[in-house]
Design a protein. Structure first.
Length: 155
């Protein structure tokens, strides 16, 4: 695959952004083909949409879709990649993952708590035993995968 390591023209907004986030230029690697960039952009928007929906649906995860959107935007569009990194909610999650490949302990605790609440409420709502069993198995699987993610202690 061919990638262009893109450095944006110097603008006041871009200079301020780079000063605040010097690691962000390392994340951007636009694909050389405009067609492939359009495909990455489309997948990025789909992933972002699923991530937003996942914030409201108990069974659909948010963070993996946001990370996928960031990866796609990094190869498809400097503009949307920067917008996602500048977002007050998604930006820190993406940068934390890209820089450390870990999550802070307090975030992991929140993830466990919110998963327990969402899966418990879903299991109360669904009527069939097989649905409750499926949700329980899915919840255990997600707990296992989250447990495997390294924890980073913040001082």
């Amino acid at each position: 695959m061919q990638y262009l390591h893109f450095h944006a023209p110097s603008t006041m907004a871009n200079d301020e952004y780079q000063a605040k986030n010097p690691q962000s230029s390392d994340l951007l690697s636009l694909h050389a083909s405009p067609v492939v960039r359009a495909i990455y952009l489309s997948i990025g928007f789909l992933a972002l949409l699923l991530g937003v929906i996942g914030a409201f649906l108990p069974v659909l995860p948010t963070t993996p879709f946001i990370l996928l959107a960031a990866a796609c935007f990094a190869r498809g569009s400097e503009h949307f990649h920067r917008k996602l990194l500048e977002n007050r909610i998604a930006g820190p999650i993406i940068m934390e993952w890209r820089m450390h490949r870990s999550i802070p302990r307090h975030v992991k605790r929140w993830v466990y708590l919110l998963m327990a609440i969402s899966f418990s409420s879903s299991m109360i709502i669904v009527p069939e035993v097989w649905q409750k069993t499926m949700l329980f198995a899915l919840g255990l699987t997600l707990v296992f995968f989250i447990w495997r993610i390294p924890v980073r202690e913040i001082r």
